[in-house]
Design a protein around this ligand. Structure first.
Ligand code: ADE
Length: 260
């Protein structure tokens, strides 16, 4: 997958050199480039923002540097008079914004299947709306929010999105089984996990996990998922799951094992 990021703080993305995503880049699974928006300005002060038309507090990011930066990354604009072809094709162009659609595990999965993602990190009061409107004809533009709170800019949101998307690219996580039984993958929060020692500071690992009974373990884990989800994220449960059966999901190891 190719990923381009445009930001006035390219240093933010140094962490993408390390850990799982750093290794994925070295292995050639992710081809990532970070572009400094100020490289696309032409004045002495490398100005990227200006006061808002209509008044109000804060500054708005100017359209010209964004236009040049995105022109340098996206496929060429159509000739005048030629129908734009990019609206449903080309890279997905993502602008993180608290005014966007909510980023979810389902969106991460969808975006992990794309060959090319471009992230535009806004700062201040946001980017001139005409940038979004113009490029909607040349790529698949999405405004995406990390959650119902306001960050100082899009960089942290893009880091979170790239981590969530990147680990779903085949080959990035060594053992793909570990992706299956996680929070949100089956619509529920994940069950609690334990490792050795079996007893620590007076707290024992639940005995069922030491039993070797895979069916009982899968049922216990399912119960814990439902218990947790009901307690802290009841909004994730479909109405008919309020009293859902406590069987492990159909694709779990325990079920496969019990079929022999
Ligand atoms: N930029 C500022 N706040 C944001 C948020 N909640 N999600 C995505 N981008 C943002």
């Amino acid at each position: 997958m190719r990923i381009d990021i445009i930001s006035i703080f390219p240093e933010f993305f140094g962490v993408l050199d390390i850990s799982l995503l750093g290794r994925a880049r070295q292995a050639g699974l992710i081809d990532l480039a970070v572009h400094n928006l100020r490289d696309f300005t032409h004045d002495r002060h490398s100005t990227v923002d200006d006061t808002p038309y209509g008044g109000g507090a804060g500054m708005v990011m100017k359209p010209e540097p964004w236009g040049e930066a995105l022109d340098s990354i996206l496929p060429a604009a159509p000739e005048p008079g030629v129908m734009p072809t990019g609206a449903g094709t080309g890279p997905v162009l993502i602008f993180p914004s608290p005014a966007g659609e909510q980023f979810t595990q389902a969106m991460a999965r969808e975006l992990a299947a794309e060959p090319h993602l471009v992230f535009g990190c806004g700062r201040y009061e946001g980017i001139d709306q005409r940038v979004v409107d113009h490029f909607a004809g040349r790529g698949r533009v999405r405004l995406v929010s990390l959650g119902d709170y306001v960050l100082n800019g899009g960089e942290v949101a893009v880091m979170a999105m790239i981590e969530a998307i990147g680990r779903l690219i085949p080959g990035v996580v060594g053992n793909p089984e570990s992706l299956v039984e996680e929070s949100h993958e089956d619509g529920l929060l994940e069950y609690p996990s334990y490792t050795k020692p079996a007893s620590w500071r007076g707290l024992d690992v639940p005995p069922v996990l030491l039993s070797g009974n895979h069916g009982a373990i899968a049922t216990w884990r399912r119960e814990k998922q439902l218990e947790r989800t009901r307690a802290v994220r009841p909004d994730l449960l479909p109405a008919d799951m309020a009293d859902a059966e406590l069987l492990p999901p159909a694709n779990s190891k325990a079920r496969r094992g019990s079929r022999g």
